[in-house]
Structures are given as C-alpha cells and as structure tokens.
Design a protein around this ligand. Structure first.
Ligand code: HEM
Length: 473
C-alpha cells in the first residue's frame, strides 16, 4: 500500500477541505481543532490535505497503517525539529527535539534510566507523594470542591521532581513549578494565535516567559552543580544520567544534562496530569465502571498501598487508564516534516510538507472503534484488543521515537488511580462545563471542578493498616 521514491505524476494528491490562499485551513482548524480534524478524517479518509500554510503543505495522517509508515516504517524521512523552535528556547538540544546522531546518542544514554526495574525502584517515592496529597485532602472539609486538573498537575509535578531530582516535595517547590507553569501557558497561548509578536520584543508576556526560562535553567544548573560537588548520590534519574556512559566511555556533558532535565519537565507531567484529570471526570460519569474498579481494588489490595508487583494484577485499573487515554490522549497531536517526497496511503506527499499525526483523531475512527465516543474499558481486554492494528492506538507515539517515559507514566497513573479511589470518590460538580482545550496537551478550558467524598476517614485507615501490619508480623 505504501511506497517510497515516487513521482507526483503517478500518485495523486490526497483530498481535503478547500482552504484559503496563504493560510490554508488554519482559521477553521484554530476555531475548533479537535472537531475540525475529526470531521476531516471522517469526511476525506486516510490522508487529508489541509491546504498550504505559506509555502508549506499541511496533511493529516489518520489511518493506522499510514501512521505506522511515518513513525515506524520510514522514520528516517521524517524530522520533528522544525516544529519546535519556541520549545528549543526552553529545552535546548535535549532528547525530545534533537535529531540524527545527537538524538541517537542521547537516547542510548537515557534509555537505561527508564527501564522497568528502574521504574520499580521509584514506586515508593511515587506512593509517598500520592499519600501526602491524600493526607491534605483528608484535612479538607467533607464535600469540599477542588479542581481535579490543578490537583493532578501538582501531583505529577511533585512525583517527577522527586524521582528525577530527589527534591523533597513536602518542601516548597513553588518557584520551580510556577516558572514551568508560566512557560507552559505562554507556549499554549501561542499555539493557535494568529498574531505572535517575536519573542525578542519586550512585551510583558515575553519578559515573563524569558524570566521563567531563566529560573528553570538556574535551578537545574544549581542542582547539577551541587550534585557534582557533593558526596551523596541519591537514587534518582539525575544520578543515573550522570553515571551513564556510551561505548567510548563518554557521558552527557553538563549542558546536555541540563537540557535532559528541563526536557523531562516539558514531557513528563503535563501529559500525565491531564490524563489523570480526565480519568476522574470519566469515572464520575460512568458509575458502573467505578463500581467494577472498586471491586478489583478491594480484591487485589484489600486496603493496602499498591506496590509495583501489584500492578499486573490491577488489570481493570489499567484498562481504565488505556481507555481514558484513547478518548483523551495527553499528546493529542504532533507533527513531522518529510525530507523527501513520499507516498502515504497511495497519495503523493511532496518533500518539505508538515504532517499532523493525531492520536485523538485516529483513536475515534469508527472503522476501528465501535461507538468511538463511549467510555468502555473492556475494549482493552485481551480478546477485544487481539485484532486491532498496532497504530489504531498510539498515545505514546511509536517507532524509535516512542515516548521514553511510557512505563513511568503508566505506573504513576495506575498508582494514583488505585490509591485515590481507595480513599475518595470525586464527583463532578453538577452542570459544571467541562470543555476540551487542545493546547500543548489535551486539557480543559475551565478545569474540572469536583467534590471530594471520603470513602474512609484517615483514623479508620491508619487503624486498619496497623492491624494488618500486626497480623503480618
Ligand atoms: C500520559 C503521559 C504521557 C504521554 C501521553 C506521552 C506521550 C508522548 C509521545 C506521543 C511522544 C512522542 C512524540 C513524537 O513522536 O513526536 C513522547 C515522547 C517523549 N516522552 Fe512522553 N508521554 C507521557 C509521559 C512522559 C513521561 C512521564 C516522561 C518522562 C518522565 C516522558 C518523556 C518523554 C521523552 C523524553 C520523549 C522524547 C523521546 C524521543 O524523542 O526519543 N513522557 N511522549
């Protein structure tokens, strides 16, 4: 179906909506990107031409086999660097946006820190951070409301700071977190903006953005220097990165270490935080799924804190996470540029085009998903998953550039879902307007306001845990 080295004479251009000169379909897309791209795939098919923005042709790649071609079969023809110029100011030449040999070397040096057994060693830090949040929630009044998105973002930020840098998350991490939030908001606001003043213009927003980058860099550099000068090497991702060596015995330079750490911030918590907030929304909307989850938690854990070894037995919990990421994949779209002409799905794609790959769109194609808008974790049972094409579902991307943190993310999300659900039910505030916001990650426009309903009080839980500990000793 898919061939290379092709001439435009043989293969036709893909169909697509009529765009305007110079801006193509940008305005239609910017007004409601999720709906626009979903409709485009349903109306025009596997590969959709979205016109040209300036000199660059834009395509949506929707069919799983076509996604596979780009990510896995012909990745050497695709780069992602051009689409990240502003992010480059923040994360420099780190893994997330580097290309070629530089990317390959960094990936080899970083990969061992994200192996399953390393993630297993981080689980205690993750569960301790979740427990801190739950303790805070128990101190709130019964029926208190909170924004599930803010809470989950703060939690995933703290889990990442603890596991990457051993930063004590009960202490004040506000400055670092605020700096990152400023950067994220700035980049998100510019994503769909028609007019973007150059970052060098001294507007108040530009100044705030550059100052936040400075805070992030200074903090990362200070932490790396302290670690290099100190004697202790805590068991965290920074220590692993500092001791990682390639075949020639070379490690990461100070600049590369810095870029990796800041790059992990950029990749590692907005996505997981957004996915978690959608999970609480979905569970409050689907009480039968929630009941099934409770059944599994009490059978497998019986009130205990989950361990890494428990995770394979929390099968339904994992299916909930997978299904939530089908409907609301944190990374809802990403882009590639092709170096040479290509043929995808039988269509000619000229060199230098921009291709959009959207898990959000492909995860809702009716040809691969019955009732695509419905929330049904059973889709991820082994029986129902058996004949599904690999790239009908790709929340973590694929091929050689597949998400480095996929096991980290799935582990932390499964732990949060289990621990929070053991102690609380989160109910969506009636009539609260939950509106999807496709920014750098897929989040909500006004957060997700929910009320807290404790399932047990803290005293009761502590008593139960003490009794269990006495029985097992
Ligand atoms: C639910 C959570 C997450 C989702 C949905 C997600 C999704 C993705 C996707 C789709 C990509 C590939 C992008 C592309 O090909 O252009 C990616 C790359 C990456 N992710 Fe994640 N991610 C998540 C969590 C994490 C976490 C927790 C970390 C680290 C702690 C992480 C680190 C990375 C890195 C370093 C890359 C770049 C890999 C490379 O280019 O070689 N991610 N992620």
């Amino acid at each position: 179906m898919v061939k290379n080295n092709i001439s435009a004479n043989i293969y036709k251009a893909p169909p697509g909506p009529r765009g305007l000169p110079i801006i193509g379909c940008f305005l239609q897309m910017a007004s409601n990107p999720l709906q626009f791209l979903t409709n485009a795939a349903r109306e025009y098919g596997d590969v959709v031409h979205l016109g040209a923005i300036g000199p660059q042709q834009l395509y949506l790649i929707a069919h799983p086999d076509c996604v596979k071609h780009v990510l896995q079969e012909n990745p050497q023809n695709y780069t992602k660097g051009e689409n990240f110029q502003e992010m480059k100011l923040v994360i420099g030449e780190g893994l997330v946006i580097s290309e070629g040999d530089s990317w390959r070397r960094q990936r080899r040096l970083m990969q061992p820190s994200f192996h399953r057994q390393q993630i297993a060693a981080m689980v205690n830090d993750m569960t301790a951070t979740i427990a801190q949040m739950l303790e805070r929630w128990h101190q709130m009044e019964r029926g208190a409301t909170l924004d599930a998105y803010d809470e989950m973002l703060l939690l995933t930020q703290k889990m990442l700071l603890k596991t990457t840098l051993s930063i004590d998350t009960s202490s004040d991490t506000t400055e670092l977190i605020q700096a990152w939030n400023t950067i994220y908001k700035f980049l998100s606001d510019r994503l769909w903006a028609v007019f973007k003043p150059p970052i060098s213009f001294p507007t108040p927003k530009n100044r705030q953005f550059l100052q936040a980058i400075n805070t992030l860099r200074t903090t990362a550099n200070r932490i790396i220097q302290e670690r290099q000068q100190g004697n202790d090497a805590p068991n965290d991702i920074l220590s692993m990165l500092m001791s990682s060596r390639d075949e020639s015995g070379e490690g990461l330079s100070d600049q590369q270490l810095h870029d990796q750490i800041v790059g992990l911030f950029s990749a590692g918590f907005e996505t997981s935080g957004a996915v978690l907030s959608w999970i609480w929304y979905l569970l409050s909307k689907y009480p039968s799924v929630e009941r099934q989850l409770q059944k599994e938690l009490s059978t497998v854990l019986d009130g205990r804190t989950p361990t890494f070894e428990d995770l394979p037995n929390l099968k339904y919990t994992k299916m909930i996470v997978q299904e939530a990421m089908r409907l609301y994949p944190g990374a809802w779209v990403y882009a590639r540029n092709n170096l040479k002409d290509d043929v995808i799905g039988g269509y000619h794609i000229p060199a230098g085009s921009m291709l959009l790959l959207s898990p959000f769109v492909t995860h809702r194609l009716p040809a691969f998903w019955d009732n695509p808008e419905g929330f049904d974790p059973e889709r991820f049972s082994p029986e129902q998953s058996a004949n599904r094409p690999r790239y009908a579902y790709f929340p973590f991307g694929g091929g050689s550039r597949q998400c480095l943190g996929d096991i980290f993310a799935l582990t932390e999300i499964q732990l949060v879902v289990a621990m929070v659900s053991q102690q609380f039910r989160l109910n969506l505030v009636p009539e609260y307007p939950v509106e999807r916001a496709p920014l750098l990650t897929l989040q909500t426009r006004h957060g997700i306001l929910m009320t807290l309903e404790p399932r047990v009080d803290l005293g009761q839980m502590n008593q139960q845990n003490t009794q269990k500990a006495l029985i097992t000793h």
